[in-house]
Design a protein around this ligand. Sequence first.
Ligand code: PMP
Length: 413
Amino acid sequence: MSLWQQDFAVFSLHPELKYFDSAATCLMPKVVADAMHYYQCFEHANSHKGLYPLSANATKTVEKSREKVADFIGASIGASNAQEIIFTASTTQAINQVAQGYVKQQINALAIKDRVANVIVSEAEHHANLLPWQILSQETGVELRIAPITLSGTVDLKALSLLLDKNSVLVAINHVSNVLGTVNPIAEICQLAHKKSVPVLVDGAQAVGHIKVEVEKLSCDFYVFSAHKMYGPTGIGILFAKQVYLEQMQPLIVGGGIVTKTSFTEHYLLPAPLRFEAGSHNVAAIVGLSTAIDYLTAIPLAKRQNYLQQLSSYLIKEMSHLSFIKPLLAFEQLTTASIFSFVVDGVHSHDVASCLADDNIAVRAGHHCAQPLHRKLTIATSIRVSLGLYNSHADIDKLIISLRKVQQLLTIT
Ligand code: PMP
């Protein structure tokens, strides 16, 4: 059994559950749920509004959490600080904020000068890091350039450097692919882009829960992620942006809590971060995120990384013995990331996932919101196994047994 499985109350109700869908959302440790419950029962109030103690406490909770997030992603070194951390609803919302609030203005400024701007993404992006740029392209005519990936599943740096030019306004790239589990060389990508003065947005949704993220060291300009991919709740995400970009960015959503002065005809915005957080904060979710960070950081990073790497290696080794399994990346290219996607020749992914579900095994089947990547790999769908701290070698053994059953049931030769 995993050292950490007992931290997740769901297993007391579903002891047979083998949960392999952490890339969709991680299960929540009881301490996280308890902290949210406590806040909602005993401390709930609107933050940044009231002068009474309950509200002041909620404000303190939000601002302390902001500092904790800054620390967690290494944004507190040097000139950076917690004011560069924006609470959003999700990774998706954070990317839309950057697309509509910052990049659109840059494009318009270039267009005025009669140049066609371009935004570069990779072939392996989640739709959350593709559609906002497609919409922008339809709205403004910005050219969407697609950087290819190599056989090892990471961005082809040579090809990327050829795509970068003086009209590039942003590189938007995933840190860890939600389909392939590959880790992109973000520091090198930033170096390449910065040589041409192009900022880089990193979609860290699949990274923060697994690898150490240090935005200052990576030198990225924007970093976005969601709490629910790191054992926290849904409904809360983070946009880290360097101060210089925050100063140029307009809020995507406007309303209460973001102005110094308003009349019927005009308004004056507060400085970042509050100008990007219109409406009431999702304080309970912020408490959940903060507690998830405490939960993760209480476990030495090397310990959790080693554990998940060992599990990943075991999974890959066991999978490689199943002749009917075709991984999306060749087995020899697979590293020890916690995501493994495959197809079963001649069988629809949904059929495989349904059979596994009958054995209480939860995997994801479909295109995982990465249809263009699947199309490039000339497949429609795949099955994804993704690992979390609650998984164990025994879970993987059960998965392998079940897959063998699927093979027999569906008479795959
Ligand atoms: N990017 C990646 C790489 C993801 O895996 C996901 C979630 N599957 C997202 C973005 C979107 O995250 P959210 O749904 O929390 O906005």
